[in-house]
Design a protein. Structure first.
Length: 98
């Protein structure tokens, strides 16, 4: 049987929060262009290459670069319950992108 309780391993990620004040260029650079941004209709998507699909996100969501270089959105309340800051914000969060 493989069921049971599990604890998440401590993994450090890089993330950017998408807000109305955040320049589009920040998210474009962070995701290496793997993002679709339509602020007129407020339709935003990031490409999840692990699942080969575009995933919708909204203002206030965090966009995470995972341990395999994948990008995915995370709601703010889930992000705040799951992650703690390990350093000051990067001047250029796209650095180190895979």
């Amino acid at each position: 049987m493989s069921g049971g309780r599990y604890k998440k391993k401590p993994v450090e990620i890089t993330a950017v929060r998408w807000t109305e004040d955040e320049p589009m260029r920040t998210l474009i650079d962070f995701t290496n262009g793997l993002v679709q941004l339509n602020d007129v209709d407020q339709v935003f998507r990031v490409y999840d290459r692990l699942h080969d699909t575009w995933v919708a996100f909204e203002y206030g969501d965090w966009i995470i670069r995972g341990i395999q270089g994948e990008y995915y959105p995370c709601k703010a309340d889930v992000f705040e319950a799951t992650y703690t800051r390990t350093s000051e914000p990067d001047a250029n969060p796209s650095e180190g992108a895979r």
